[in-house]
Design a protein around this ligand. Structure first.
Ligand code: GLN
Length: 192
């Protein structure tokens, strides 16, 4: 049975857990470095990237997650998770955490005030279908390197992308009952 962790400090934790369990995955709630042992993948959920970053730091989780990724394990970051997986930008405050495990720069709260939260459909090229997508004070991907492939755009901005082992979405697939994005992550792990 596939064993996937969910970083369990803050954010949409139980929603991810339910989704993974529906897809037959064993779930581990990750709060300390040793919880990563034995996992093939880790989900970094949405929430608030500054708060999650602080908790990563105070629980000594930054280096272990970077190492986990370096070892070729899979990571899926949604919303605040996307911001944390990316690199620092000129706007990043000195004390904010960025794991830098995928070559992207995220624009925090990129959709601005009038579109703080909304639900829409986005076309996912590799899944070949529209996916219901919930955006909550969501970031978009401002720039990316050659190792990164665009998976979905919305109104001209990139909202989902992947590298060999890291998948990121601006939106929250776990807040809908559509399992396709999570299933895509699982297939990505299994295709290895
Ligand atoms: N805007 C939040 C942040 O900067 C992310 C929001 C979310 O994860 N839904 O961390």
């Amino acid at each position: 049975m596939l064993k996937i962790g969910i970083l369990a400090f803050q954010g949409a934790i139980t929603e991810h857990q339910k989704m993974l369990e529906q897809l037959g995955v064993e779930v581990v709630l990750v709060k300390k470095p040793t919880d990563l042992y034995d996992l093939v993948g880790l989900i970094i959920p949405g929430g608030e990237s500054t708060a999650i970053g602080r908790l990563l730091r105070s629980n000594q989780m930054i280096e272990p997650i970077k190492q986990f990724s370096k070892e070729g394990k899979y990571i899926f970051g949604t919303c605040a998770g996307l911001i944390l997986c990316g690199k620092k930008t000129e706007q990043t405050q000195f004390d904010e955490v960025r794991l830098g495990i995928i070559d992207i720069e995220a624009e925090r709260n990129g959709f601005g005030r009038q579109k703080d939260s909304f639900e829409t459909q986005v076309w996912m090229e590799k899944i070949k279908t529209d996916i219901p997508a919930v955006f909550i004070r969501a970031p978009y991907i401002r720039s990316m390197g050659d190792s990164v492939t665009v998976l979905a755009s919305f109104e001209g901005t990139v909202v989902a992308a992947e590298s060999k082992t890291v998948l990121v979405t601006s939106f929250h697939p776990e807040l809908t009952d559509n399992l396709q994005v999570m299933n895509y992550f699982i297939e990505k792990i299994q295709s290895n």
